[in-house]
Design a protein around this ligand. Structure first.
Ligand code: C2E
Ligand code: CA
Ligand code: CA
Length: 850
């Protein structure tokens, strides 16, 4: 009970203090009005001192004081504090006799207070303090008249405190109105302008003197004047203004006639009757409008960009995964309108690819950085699009809300192009089989994986002829058809490829590869041999197949390839149109030849081919008339290699041109150091005639070495003549036109036709050693030699017998009429220096057998 009373007492005190603060009077300077009241109170009551005491939380402060030395005292000493709850004056006749004040320092001090009277000051609805008087001598009390004066003066002081507050507020308002940037203007009820602040001058361009007394119409755009008048009339008639108590935007007019947007709030002023009217606060919002317009433009521009972005842009709520925004490109890409998508989730919109897209949203939310994914998007109509989507998670304006921002591009076209590039890079465009590079990669992989497999290398027979005969278009058709036959002969998991112009290859995988290789190869040989019906002709081809097995026929891709090639070469050598498995025994020599071939290439490049010279001796004089250049190659490991072997190697590999040039150049150079009546004979391979550049090459080498063409002899074999009769004779004629002698070598071993001698007159015929070997025992050998000698005599050809080893052979050959002899009997092939020594020796005619 007591507690509640205490609480309400506290609340009342709080309200009192708030009222005191609202008066804004504490600690203000002395003001004459208040001083006058204390002076009047002291005089009227005949008291020594008087004060207007305001009771603050812990002090009493004197707004006015008469004959009091201190501006304030602590509240617990204040007599006035005791008067706060009273409505009539508190009177203390003698403080020394009053237990409330008997110990008060203001009382106990020498000359302290004995008499006190204070009337409450009620202002702003609360008692703020007192107007009090006091004396150092006790008094009996106040007369009724004195009490009335004190109460009256207290009421005046209270009203003064309240008036002071309004006056202060007015003063502040005036200052604010003066400095605000808002235009403030007032009209009377007739709409005549009565107040015009400084800002109004700025905003409207009218000085106050120009507009005071004029109608408000002067600042209203002409188009709005009527509406304004109607509204003004209504409000004046008592209606609530639509504008009252809120601010609205309107156009207004400046002195110069320009219009601008304002924000307007209106209040009534003055008393309901009598002086008064309307006050308006006007804010020029053109700058704000301009800013808004710029913002709107920027926003519209951004919208245009988003709408026209050539990629799908979307925004989803991170929480609900629902679309919040989709641009036009997004509508095109998904096949759904933005209206359909917004507010929906991927899962609901796109049953096929939606859940996966949401899983990627999930990852994007977890990842700190933007993520890019490629995916296949299935449109609502079932169409598939490859898209690349970049997602980032962004914070919304109000955290913690987040959004998923995504940019999706249709990369189907790029994907298709990539696939096409891949196809071109890995497949043969004609047959659709994989190409050589891919095949070799597959081969490498299988070898690396150590999976057993069979490798079939297929060479097309007569394909060159097909091309030549029917043209390349037909050749292409043949390849396509054979490619199909190949594909039909293997399983889908086998690897079939076109590895060259007229070359196919197959890898058969698995442990039964060998058995399958046999049957597949057999089938291919049969199927490829069947007539090939193209659109223009029936062509014929065939397959020659080499087969190697891995891992037994090669531990590396290269070794397997070599094995398969050797097997294929053997299949070719055995007559084409068949298959051969690699055989270590049979193909070993071939392999060795390949190795030797590589060494030969190196030897030729390095000029490591030497020449030996073997003299040819004239029967009549015994003199050396010519020396035959014979190529020598000493292999760094295998020692001297027989020329028959390395020459045929060179012929097989195409090295023969380089070898031939090397021999010719060196022989011509050496010959310039021999006696001028000695000729040098150089052997030519038939292959050197191919290409048609031989004649020029010989001419160039003669010019280069300075050898007289008459001293050069070229030995050709019958094999040459057989190949291409006309072209060969033409070339031989061109050589002889330079003065070069042409020898027919190894006569008698080939398909010699005496008819050749009619077509081309050789300078010399060399009878093969095989005749010389049997001359002693074979009558037919002697008869043939005799016939050749007779023919030579008739046609003006010299006749050389080769390989003469014995004196007996020599004698018979001389007797038969050979004009020249060559053989170990006279000299083995020797070095250039040794030949020069031989040339220096005296000679004697060779003796015939009797
Ligand atoms: P060929 O042109 O018939 O050369 C003669 C071969 O018979 C030489 O063997 C020579 O050493 C050998 N020979 C000469 N006299 C005798 C003899 O009395 N008894 C025996 N047993 N042999 C004798 P070589 O040097 O081994 O040459 C073999 C073949 O190699 C040559 O046969 C020639 O066809 C070819 N050859 C050599 N050098 C070249 C060359 O530079 N270019 C071309 N294209 N072929 C060459
Ligand atoms: Ca020869
Ligand atoms: Ca010969």
């Amino acid at each position: 009970m007591e507690e509640r009373a205490q609480r309400s007492e506290q609340a009342a005190e709080q309200a009192r203090l708030t009222a005191l603060i609202n008066m804004a009077i504490l600690d203000t300077a002395a003001e004459p009005e208040f001083d006058g009241i204390t002076l009047a109170a002291a005089a009227a009551l005949g008291a020594a001192s008087a004060a207007i005491s305001l009771v603050d939380a812990d002090r009493q402060w004197f707004k006015a004081r008469h004959n009091i030395p201190v501006p304030e005292t602590p509240r617990d000493q204040a007599f006035c504090a005791h008067a706060l709850a009273l409505t009539t004056p508190l009177v203390v006749p003698d403080a020394r006799c009053d237990p409330r004040f008997i110990d008060n320092p203001l009382v106990t001090a020498p000359g302290g207070i004995r008499f006190y009277a204070g009337a409450p000051l009620i202002a702003g609805g609360a008692c703020l303090g007192t107007l009090c008087v006091f004396d150092p001598a006790p008094r009996p009390g106040l007369t009724a008249a004195q009490s009335a004066v004190l109460t009256g003066l207290a009421a005046t002081a209270a009203r003064l405190i309240e008036a002071r507050r309004f006056w202060r507020a007015g003063q502040i308002a005036t200052q604010v109105v003066d400095v605000t940037s808002d235009a403030i203007l007032c009209t009377d009820r007739a709409g005549v302008i009565r107040f015009w602040n400084r800002a109004a001058e700025q905003v409207f361009g009218y000085a106050a003197a120009e507009v005071l007394g004029r109608d408000l119409d002067c600042i209203i755009p002409p188009a709005m004047v009527d509406a304004h008048h109607r509204g003004f009339e209504r409000v004046r008639g008592g209606a609530e203004s639509a504008l009252a108590g809120r601010s609205i935007a309107l156009p207004a007019r400046r002195k110069d006639g320009t219009e601008f947007p304002i924000e307007l709030s209106i209040a009534r002023w003055g008393e309901p009757e009598g002086i008064g009217g309307f006050a308006a606060i006007v804010r020029d919002i053109s700058a704000r409008r301009e800013l808004e317009r710029e913002r709107q433009q920027a926003s519209d521009f951004l919208d245009t960009i988003v709408a026209n972005l050539p990629a799908m842009l979307f925004v989803k709520d991170a929480e609900s995964r629902r679309y919040l925004l989709v641009n036009a490109a997004g509508e095109r890409l998904t096949g759904r309108s933005a209206a359909e998508m917004i507010g929906e989730t991927d899962a609901a919109l796109f049953p096929e690819s939606g859940p996966a897209a949401e899983a990627r949203d999930e990852e994007a939310l977890r990842a700190a950085l933007p993520r890019t994914d490629e995916s296949c998007f299935v449109r609502a109509d079932g169409g598939r699009v490859h898209i690349r989507t970049r997602r980032i998670v962004i914070d919304g304006p109000e955290r913690p809300r987040q959004f998923i921002l995504g940019l999706s591009e249709d990369i189907s076209e790029a994907r298709r192009a990539e696939a096409e590039v891949h196809r071109l890079a890995h497949f043969d465009t004609l047959t659709g089989l994989i190409n050589r590079d891919s095949f070799l990669a597959e081969l490498e992989r299988r070898v690396a994986d150590a999976i057993p497999f069979a490798f079939l290398s297929i060479d097309l027979d007569r394909f060159k002829a097909v091309n030549e005969q029917f043209g390349h278009a037909t050749g292409d058709e043949v390849l396509v058809i054979l490619g199909e036959r190949l594909r039909a002969a293997v399983r889908a998991d086998d690897i079939a490829a076109r590895t060259g112009g007229d070359e196919f290859a197959v890898l058969l995988l698995g442990p039964d590869a060998e058995a399958r290789a046999r049957s597949v190869a057999q089938r291919l040989v049969e199927r490829f041999a069947e007539p090939i019906a193209t659109s223009r002709a029936i062509a014929h081809s065939g397959a020659t197949i080499g087969i190697a097995l891995a891992p037994q026929d090669g531990a590396t891709p290269n070794a397997v390839r070599q094995s398969v090639e050797l097997a294929r070469e053997r299949a070719k050598a055995d007559g084409r149109g068949q298959f051969r498995f690699f055989s270590p025994e049979q193909d070993a020599s071939a392999r060795a030849r390949r190795a030797l071939e590589a060494d030969l290439r190196l030897a030729i490049e390095r000029g490591e081919i030497a020449l030996a010279y073997q003299p040819i001796v004239a029967t009549a004089t015994g003199q050396i008339t010519s020396v035959e250049a014979l190529a020598r190659w000493s292999h760094p490991v295998h020692g001297p290699i027989p020329p028959d072997l390395f020459v045929s190697l060179a012929e097989e590999s195409g090295l023969i041109h380089a070898l031939g040039a090397l021999v010719l150049r060196r022989a011509c150079a050496d010959a310039t150091n021999f006696a001028v009546d000695v000729r040098v004979a150089v052997n030519l391979s038939p292959l050197q005639f191919q290409g048609g550049a031989l004649c020029e090459q010989v001419r160039a080498i003669l010019a280069e070495t300075g050898l007289d063409p008459h001293r050069l002899q070229l030995e050709v074999t019958e094999g040459l003549v057989i190949r291409d009769v006309e072209a060969t004779f033409h070339e031989l004629n061109r050589l002889r036109a330079q003065g070069i002698h042409i020898h027919l070598d190894d006569f008698g071993v080939g398909y010699s036709s005496l008819g050749y001698f009619q077509r081309f007159r050789f300078d010399t015929v060399k009878i093969d050693k095989s005749f010389v070997d049997t001359i002693a025992t074979s009558a037919s050998a002697r008869a043939i030699i005799g016939a050749v000698v007779g023919l030579g005599g008739a046609l003006g050809m010299k006749v050389v017998a080769e390989g003469v080893e014995e004196a007996a052979q020599m004698e018979l050959l001389v007797a038969l009429g050979c004009t020249h002899l060559q053989g170990y009997l006279f000299s083995r092939p020797v070095s250039a220096e040794a030949v020069r020594a031989l040339l220096a020796q005296p000679a004697a005619p060779l003796r015939a057998a009797l």
